[in-house]
Design a protein around this ligand. Structure first.
Ligand code: GDP
Ligand code: MN
Length: 378
């Protein structure tokens, strides 16, 4: 679950990090009112994507009037396809230095890795590409956490200002504590700023919470609503389905993530365009099948559906019954083919005979048949 900058900053503030006081607004008048109180402000678009600065989503305003004008421009603008609905307004900083500090989940070492760079402010992927040596990496042993001496060594290697090591170090330590406390997959501050007055300030916050751990943090639930960038993702989450929109016209539903991914490949290899990934998991309840079909059909681009079902502990005839019941309860507006394999597949296929679900023998056949049926419908 990605957090907006202002939400990430709330967590960091609670962990004792030096976060500027800020307020969120969704109208130019709201922004002007905040600027009236704060004076010179920075107005920052709140969208789940980096590079807002470059895209024109971060602007400094000297007066409340200017703040209103800039806010009118930023609110409603699109940054990489995401519409800006809220902005964070903070007192503007007099920036002297910009560093990068981030802790990321590294799947190769199976550890969290602290990354520091004196080349902050810029996109870190860009730094990694062009100046890989400018990033210092420290693998974190989960049993011991980050030792103070490791933080200190890393800061020195990264070339952080020696006069500010204490303040910078405590930010890094707090960043790790926040990451552990909130089960983050990523906690990043870019830029970590030293102001002209010499203060260390967390000027940006990028936080990604492990979805599987959100249940342990009821205080984060209000952020959930905000974490969906499109209505389909929200619907899937509410229904407890694992759905990924892919943009084609062949809906794909299967039981098991690997099976569904394989189906996507076979559809593509046969010239089709998958509309989505949808794993219904184990079980065969009609209600789950119906939910899955509703989900897939809520995508107006979908012109046909492939079911790929492997009967293991869940038997194919049970799945077939679930599908038939689902079809009775709802309007299946497009053709559907079903590949059933495994336990009780013959019984399952017999049940589907004569129904709106066309049984096929292989995934390959499913991919070809659905395209043919879609063509016939047009
Ligand atoms: P990002 O581009 O999405 O990563 O957004 P940032 O919050 O990192 O802002 C981009 C850049 O805005 C920063 O790197 C700063 O150089 C610049 N900036 C200028 N003035 C300010 C200020 O007062 N506060 C902050 N946070 N950034 C500022
Ligand atoms: Mn940034």
């Amino acid at each position: 679950m990605k957090l907006h900058e202002h939400q990430g900053k709330e967590l960091f503030r609670a962990a004792g990090l030096p976060v500027p006081p800020g307020e969120v607004a969704s109208t130019p008048d709201g922004v002007a009112a905040i600027a009236d109180r704060l004076g010179r402000v920075v107005i920052k678009a709140q969208v789940h994507i980096g590079g807002r600065g470059k895209a024109g989503g971060v602007k400094v305003a000297a007066t409340a009037r200017e703040a209103r004008e800039l806010a009118a421009r930023i609110l409603g603008m699109e940054i990489k396809g995401l519409v800006v609905r809220k902005v964070l307004v903070e007192p503007a900083l007099a920036i002297a230095t910009e560093y990068y500090a981030g802790i990321v989940n590294d799947r190769t070492s199976k550890r969290f890795v602290l990354m520091l760079s004196a080349m902050g402010g810029v996109d870190i992927e860009e730094v990694a590409r062009s100046y890989p040596d400018a990033i210092v990496r420290v693998e974190i042993d989960p049993a011991f956490g980050l030792h103070d001496f490791e933080i200190r060594q890393a800061m020195l290697r990264a070339g952080f200002d020696q006069a500010r090591l204490r303040a910078l170090g405590s930010v890094i330590k707090g960043l790790y504590q926040a990451l552990v406390r909130y089960d983050c997959l990523l906690a990043e501050v870019n830029p970590l700023v030293i102001t002209q007055e010499g203060n260390v300030v967390v000027a940006d916050a990028k936080v990604d919470i492990d979805d599987n751990a959100v249940f342990r943090h009821p205080e984060l639930l209000p952020y959930r609503d905000d974490s969906f960038d499109n209505p389909m993702d929200r619907l899937a989450s509410e229904q407890g389905l694992t759905y990924v929109h892919l943009g084609g016209d062949v809906g794909v539903i299967g039981n098991g993530a690997g099976l569904v991914m394989n189906t996507l490949d076979v559809v593509t290899a046969n010239g089709g365009k998958p509309a989505n990934f949808l794993d219904i998991g184990g079980g065969a309840q009609a209600s789950v099948v119906a939910k899955a079909v509703t989900m897939v059909l809520s995508d107006p681009e979908v012109k046909g559906i492939i079911f790929n079902v492997f009967g293991g502990i869940t038997r194919c005839d049970e799945v077939a019954r679930g599908m038939l019941q689902a079809a009775r309860e709802m309007n299946l507006r497009v053709p559907a083919v079903v590949r059933l394999a495994g336990t009780e597949e013959t019984a399952g296929r017999a049940l589907l005979n004569g129904s709106e679900f066309v049984p096929v023998a292989s995934v390959q056949e499913a991919a070809l048949t659905i395209q043919e049926l879609i063509r016939k419908c047009q």
